[in-house]
Write a protein that binds this ligand. Structure first.
Ligand code: SF4
Length: 156
């Protein structure tokens, strides 16, 4: 099975109530066993919800207790983000997971770049909380932008 950020599949679970439907990805994955996941909703957060960023580091730092997930107003949502990352894997057999395709730049799903925690629209390197958690479990993660890599994985 392939885990996919639910917003990429057209589910209206984004913080703003919308989705990030990626038709190219859907075509690429046609006929594959996909499991949609949204760690923020799994962590108990509502739709819509305030936008947040990781303050003081990246997702690995959040998991290690060195950084936190906060809204621009300073509301701390770190616990919900960690809980959501854990919950989306809870019912799944890790051995069955081929890889994951996660929405780029999200504080949960971002794989290699996330917003820098200063709410100024700038990015920094590093994964979101869920991507970091998945990597810690040995799950390969890609963003929807890595089409060539995904194609190679599907061939292999
Ligand atoms: S947490 Fe991930 S799946 Fe959910 S809306 Fe954000 S990017 Fe999409």
């Amino acid at each position: 099975m392939i885990l996919v950020s639910a917003c990429l599949l057209g589910e209206n679970v984004r913080y703003d109530g919308g989705n990030s439907l990626n038709k190219e990805l859907l075509e690429l994955l046609a006929g594959k066993e996909m499991v949609p996941i949204c760690p923020e909703v799994a962590g108990g957060l509502p739709v819509p919800r305030p936008p947040v960023e990781i303050v003081g580091g990246d997702g690995e730092d959040v998991l290690a207790g060195r950084a936190s997930v906060k809204s621009a107003e300073g509301k701390d949502l770190t616990a919900a983000f960690i809980e959501g990352a854990c919950k989306v894997l809870e019912e799944l057999d890790l051995q069955e997971i081929e890889f994951a395709i996660l929405k780029s730049k999200s504080p949960s799903c971002g794989v290699d770049r996330i917003y820098n925690g200063q709410f100024n629209g700038q990015l920094r390197q590093g994964p979101g909380v869920t991507a970091a958690y998945f990597m810690s479990k040995g799950i390969e993660v890609y963003t929807e932008e890595e089409v060539d890599k995904i194609k190679n994985k599907l061939k292999g």
